[in-house]
Design a protein around this ligand. Sequence first.
Ligand SMILES: [Zn+2]
Length: 300
Amino acid sequence: MPVHVFHHPLSLSHNPGPGHPESSERLAAILDELRGPSFEGMICWREASGANEHQLLRAHSESYLELLREVADRGGGRLDADTVMGRSSYEAAVVGAGAAIEAAKTALAGQPAFAAIRPPGHHALRDAAMGFCLLNNVVIAARAALEESGAGRVLIVDWDVHHGNGTQAMVETDPRIRYVSLHQWPLYPGTGRADERGVGNIFNVPRPPGLARSTYVGDLIAAVAFAVDGWRPDLILLSAGFDAMAGDPLAGFTLEPEDYPIWVGEWRRMGVPMASVLEGGYVPSRIRRAAGEHVRALAE
Ligand SMILES: [Zn+2]
């Protein structure tokens, strides 16, 4: 079954500055990989449209959206220690959120989907940018699925090596959403302890760096199985960062590109629609292969 890949040229125009790890080369490498001959016939390319204000306000405050527009209008600026906007960054974030929404809706309509976008989203808070993230794409997509597409339960699985503190903060009082995160501990952003449980809907799997690949893979599979026991989701949204791979400059997990299809293969057996949204991952030559293996698995 072809994978619907949602993208937009604006995603490449967001530039946080020279030497910043969250560069457009990351996404350019993934798009180049997916345009390769071995993916021919496997991908249905879709240009994303932007999320509307109403959809963004399900995750963020009006004053924060106004701040982002103001910073973009004056040509850009720094929002926190490592989150920088340029003139087109707000537009890039809005089409990124739109791509995530459309990927979720496409999955619910029966087709697997991947939002190949940046900036990433899972550190973004209701009122603040954080950790390279402006808008929380996966939460915006989850809420759209719940409010607009008739989904009753959404499972977010976050395998980015960092804890999605923004995602957790936004959903931890919303029992319609369950959030499972595998992440390095201790590490930025410093949240994600196993005893942070929300309303019983948060499932954190903090792990030290340097463990065997199979341990990380197995521990996330076990956590997802626990989270869905007696709670069948209508949609699985993947917060798909690829910075848990060996060699990533920001962290110390040990995954290889071949590990990502194991997760998708495992969860496909649930028979639940699955959509995926790009998060982090900072070695373009590595993440292109991982994202490619991931998309291949979604297509199976
Ligand atoms: Zn990350």
